[in-house]
Write a new protein. Structure first.
Length: 259
């Protein structure tokens, strides 16, 4: 794959033009992409490629490039990543590959695609696509692992990592609710554990609303409290314009399309 020139840092080179954002969601089982207009409406069909194994940085970069080719024209890129991201550099990636530690994801994708790029934890991105922007809102993602994001009046509390905190029987939320244990114990027992986790999280955060997304959200069968909402996995892509809207408004209350 041929490298492209370094990305321009201009936010919007043509303010009269509707800016298109390529939103990418890197997951433990699949890498997804879609192009959004500046209102958060999808303008392309979602593309998906199975996450390569081993999920090294180079393998994921190749996958992103392949998805980008099928999405047409875009002006900028946002990436949801399954781990801690600081200033565009990946700090952890428990469900990908050890070689991600210290990898400058933003820089490398800018080099490959020739567009400005921003990246954040995937649960953070999914949260921006789901929250109402009022009060304390917690987002958890149920997928290969267990993701989390906390928002207060629409503002993200950075670097929240619930997954590896003790939950029950000296095991963590990820150990008790990740995809691996779901396959081992089955949906019924998994849902019982999820019920206990919801009770634990509410006592811990006193949230006004809890949103649950991720690939395994569709396997939730328990009766949910009134302040708990299941959200579409597409929110992980729709929240992708949030990185850029934060520059364009003093409020971080996202107005992305939910349809």
């Amino acid at each position: 794959m041929k490298k492209k020139t370094k990305a321009s840092k201009h936010r919007n080179p043509n303010p009269k033009k509707s800016v298109r954002t390529l939103a990418i969601d890197i997951g433990g089982t699949g890498v997804k992409a879609i192009v959004l207009d500046d209102k958060g409406h999808p303008v392309t069909e979602r593309g998906r490629i199975v996450t390569p194994r081993p999920a090294t940085p180079q393998a994921i970069l190749d996958t992103i490039a392949e998805l980008a080719k099928g999405q047409g024209v875009f002006d900028r890129v946002s990436i949801g990543f399954p781990g801690v991201v600081r200033k565009g550099v990946t700090i952890t990636a428990p469900n990908l590959d050890p070689s991600w530690k210290g990898f400058d994801l933003v820089h490398h994708v800018e080099q490959w695609l020739g567009k400005p790029v921003r990246a954040a934890n995937d649960a953070d991105v999914q949260g921006f696509g789901a929250i109402q922007g009022e009060g304390v809102e917690l987002v958890v993602t149920l997928g290969t692992g267990f993701g989390s994001a906390l928002f207060v009046d629409g503002r993200l509390v950075p670097n929240l990592e619930i997954a590896h905190h003790p939950f029950r029987s000296k095991k963590t939320y990820e150990e008790e609710l990740g995809d691996k244990v779901l396959k081992e114990i089955g949906k019924k027992k998994w849902n019982h554990r999820l019920k206990l986790a919801i009770e634990s999280l509410e006592a811990l955060f006193n949230y006004d609303r809890l949103y649950m997304g991720g690939g395994n959200a569709k396997k939730v069968t328990l009766e949910l409290p009134e302040n708990v909402t299941l959200i579409s996995n597409v929110a992980g892509l729709l929240g992708g314009i949030a990185f850029w809207q934060m520059d364009e408004s003093p409020l971080v209350k996202m107005k992305v399309a939910r349809s």
